[in-house]
Design a protein around this ligand. Structure first.
Ligand SMILES: CC(C)[C@H](C(=O)O)[C@@H](O)C(=O)O
Ligand code: SF4
Length: 475
């Protein structure tokens, strides 16, 4: 029977399957690898300790502290007591159980979803979990990767299995090629706008089509990363030569004969031509434009040349209330042009957009230019590896010359769990993935966009279209 990529990943990991009276299937599936971070893991380790259980497969785990870590003064002890305790606890837990832990000042340190792939811990064909919703990122490699809860972390530590419900298949097919100035971030924001924030609940999204095949691994990770913002726990892209070239030689990737064997297997993973998807969405890349969120949910998104929606135009009462509430929190007026909205901050970072390609895209816009005086701007590379690469290319100097602060890796202003946060009412152009109320600090206002659009907006002091800047340059 023909199968999708998801079906193949699922079936190859089922230990035992069960069907309920509605025909839904759930199964005990084998989990190949788990990543752990300081915020979601303590309860899992504690549960294990209380039950007196050992970790079943220590080599299958990789831990790193990223959410609470400061992005300055990394050579000093962590000043914030809560963050210090969280990091110290992860260090103790991993040491006590013999798990692989990447310390703060290690050359491999960074955001969990950036370093997993970098180290080759993430591989095609595997199941990978983490107590973190953006684990969908790793699906860019053709891995079945999803976020799990605290009790599930304990279960994976103890048994290397999980009971899961099988997802339905949703295909997002993008024809054609992305136009210049339009990024993978614009693509995924468009998709989320079309599907809605809970539109893909219960589904695994497979992204395919010419535009997806043409994406770099960094761009594919940006796309899969935000699958959860449409409600899907997993996003997937079939592995191909781009994937293999990127992984070849990574520290934890297979080598020699094992690499050849793995390649043979990985090449069999793509969805069969006649595989059945329960749902599908088709878009043309040529029609895509830079996107910007205006509200407090990632699906409240519009083209950069759009205007703030008017609750009066909403389809029904409930939709009108939702828009009105978002406008109130965001401090916006119906009908306002998005490009007239002034910003206070720019944040380039997060597991969505902090890879070297993202920094290059932003630096290209900023080279020889300066941010507006009214704007505070921050670049937080996704990992030490990204930071060193950027420094080797002189990108850090481009950012600093443009008036940006160049920081050490971590989640930082994506989630404001460290000391990087905004004040109430402050407005931020952010390359991260969530614009929820309070996400970047109590009362802070977040607008999601691509690195290039963030850079163009930093220069303008208000939201700006990176394509306009490129046209001015050419003129
Ligand atoms: C803190 C963590 C558990 C959380 C998540 O699950 O995603 C965070 O990473 C986020 O992006 O909101
Ligand atoms: S960078 Fe943001 S989205 Fe990614 S794991 Fe950290 S907090 Fe979550």
């Amino acid at each position: 029977m023909s199968q999708t990529l998801y079906d193949k990943l699922w079936r190859s990991h089922v230990v035992q399957e069960a069907h309920d009276e509605n025909g839904n299937s759930s199964a005990l599936i084998y989990i190949d690898r788990q990543m752990l971070h300081e915020v979601s893991s303590p309860q899992g380790f504690e549960g294990l300790r209380q039950r007196g259980l050992p970790v079943r497969r220590t080599q299958a785990q990789l831990a790193v502290a990223d959410h609470a870590v400061p992005t300055r003064h990394r050579d000093h002890p962590i000043a914030d007591p809560l963050a210090r305790d969280q990091v110290a606890l992860l260090e103790r837990n991993t040491a006590a159980t013999g798990l692989r832990y990447i310390p703060l000042n290690d050359a491999r340190h960074g955001i969990v979803h950036v370093i997993g792939p970098e180290q080759g811990f993430t591989l095609p064909g595997i199941t990978l979990v983490c107590g973190d919703s953006h684990t969908s990122t790793h699906g860019a490699f053709g891995a079945l990767a999803f976020g799990i809860g605290a009790s599930e972390i304990e279960c994976v530590l103890a048994t290397q299995t999980l009971r899961q419900r099988r997802a339905r298949n949703l295909r997002v097919r993008i024809a054609g090629r992305l136009p210049a100035g339009v990024a993978a971030k614009d693509l995924i924001l468009t998709v989320i706008g079309r599907l809605g924030a809970s539109g893909a609940v219960g589904h695994a999204i497979e992204y395919c089509g010419e535009a997806i095949e043409a994406l770099s691994m960094a761009e594919r990770m940006t796309v899969c990363n935000m699958s959860i913002e449409a409600g899907a726990r997993s996003g997937l892209i079939a592995p191909d030569d781009t994937t293999y070239a990127w992984l070849d030689g990574r520290p934890l990737a297979p080598r020699g004969a094992l690499w050849e064997q793995a390649l043979d297997y990985w090449r069999s993973l793509g969805s069969d031509a006649d595989a059945i998807f329960q749902r599908s969405l088709d878009l043309d890349a040529a029609a895509l434009v830079p996107q910007l969120t205006w509200g407090t949910s990632p699906d409240q998104v519009l083209p950069i040349d759009g205007r703030v929606p008017d609750p009066a135009d909403a389809a029904d009462e409930a939709a009108a209330r939702k828009i009105a509430r978002a406008l109130d929190y965001m401090g916006l007026q119906p009908g306002q042009a998005l490009q007239d909205i002034a910003i206070d901050h720019v944040f380039i970072g997060s597991c969505t957009n902090s890879r070297i390609e993202d920094l290059r895209a932003a630096a290209e816009v900023l080279r020889g230019r300066r941010k507006a005086d009214s704007v505070k701007a921050l670049v937080v590379p996704g990992s030490e590896r990204v930071a060193r690469q950027a420094e080797a290319e002189g990108l850090d100097r481009v950012f600093v010359a443009a008036g940006f602060e160049w920081r050490a890796p971590g989640c930082s202003l994506c989630v404001a769990m460290n000391d990087d946060r905004l004040l109430p009412g402050e407005r931020c152009a952010s390359t991260s993935n969530r614009n929820f109320e309070g996400r970047q600090g109590v009362g802070a206002r977040t607008h999601l966009l691509s690195p290039a659009t963030a850079a163009a907006s930093a220069i303008a002091g208000h939201f700006a279209d990176p394509r306009t800047l490129a046209r001015q340059e050419a003129a």
